[in-house]
Design a protein around this ligand. Structure first.
Ligand code: AHR
Length: 305
């Protein structure tokens, strides 16, 4: 390959430098910024890597094009944070034919043949949704009207968090008034929440935002409508970024479920092993916790992202 002869002085024992293409989703959220940083730190020159980074602005076609360009550049390995679950078979077959291993980080995919990727490392989105749903059930002691801000349509976290929430909240007296995508961004979280408030006014008693950023955007809409977030509308979100935990500590959110973005070191370790032909576990799941308002106050000073 094109790296033949390149000599790394890498931190992992001085093997040859590995050229790795990383196809990131985009830069939609605080979570994503932390994930990108973690990946760039782990895939540093000092660790024996040459990282080719691409962020696809959450457009699946752009992400697939990035993967194709990595194949053309004959990289040693490809890492993908797949935007959506579907549509991966063809390009992953092309990588396989070119004998370039693919490692998935963060999001999962649906493929006909699991051998099209070597391994996946990420968080348990379904469990995150379940934890949020269990909190909602415990909180809804009387009939409660809820709205939902969904993540990117067709993405693993949007699908799995919805399924998980439903399971966690089973039997709760919760009516979902509306559920729409806010694309995991603050701007869309705000716009979609404005629409919900125009339509349902003060009927809304609970908000499930599938990530912190959409919840943070919704705060502006709620305040502008003359309502008090955390009191008039109870809010549960997922991620536990610094900004999310701050809103929780300030009493604007009511509960936050963690999704750990610091996956870089595990992914880098996997890439080295896979390229060296070692066998690796097919899936590795990060551990997540969850936070009440009091727990957020305690956790904030040491929060890394
Ligand atoms: O895939 C993880 C999700 O993607 C995070 O929860 C969200 O903030 C991000 O954009």
């Amino acid at each position: 390959n094109n790296n033949a002869g390149s000599s790394g002085t890498g931190g992992s024992g001085g093997g040859k430098t590995l050229t790795v293409g990383f196809a990131q989703t985009g830069s939609e959220s605080g979570w994503r910024a932390a994930n990108t940083q973690s990946m760039k730190d782990a895939f540093s020159d000092a660790n024996g890597f040459k990282l080719i980074f691409n962020a696809a602005d959450n457009k699946q076609e752009a992400q697939i094009a990035a993967v194709r360009s990595f194949i053309n550049q004959k990289v040693d390995a490809i890492v993908i944070a797949p935007i959506t679950v579907d549509g991966w078979d063809d390009v992953l077959k092309e990588a396989k034919d070119a004998k370039i291993p693919v490692i998935l980080e963060d999001r999962t995919i649906n493929v006909s043949d699991d051998s099209l990727y070597a391994a996946w490392v990420g968080d348990d989105f379904k469990k995150e949704g379940e934890t949020a749903g269990a909190w909602a059930k415990q909180t809804a002691t009387s009939p409660t009207n809820m709205v939902v801000l969904e993540g990117t349509t067709g993405s693993a976290p949007a699908l799995d968090r919805a399924t998980g929430f439903k399971a966690g909240a089973t039997g709760a007296p919760i009516t979902t008034l509306d559920s729409q995508t806010g694309n995991f961004t603050r701007a869309d979280g705000k716009t979609v929440m404005e629409g919900f408030l125009q339509k349902y006014g003060n009927k809304i008693q609970m908000l499930f935002a599938q990530n912190d950023d959409m919840g943070l955007g919704a705060l502006d809409a709620i305040t502008a409508a003359g309502l008090t977030p955390g009191k008039d509308i109870k809010i549960v979100t997922i991620d536990a970024t610094h900004d999310g935990l701050q809103a929780l500590a300030d009493g604007k959110f009511n509960y936050v479920v963690e999704c750990n973005p610091l996956l870089g070191p595990q992914v880098a370790d996997l890439v080295k092993k896979v390229v060296a032909g070692e066998s690796v576990p097919k899936t590795q799941v990060a551990t997540d916790q969850s936070f009440t308002q009091e727990q957020a106050k305690a956790a904030l000073p040491d929060r890394k992202y």
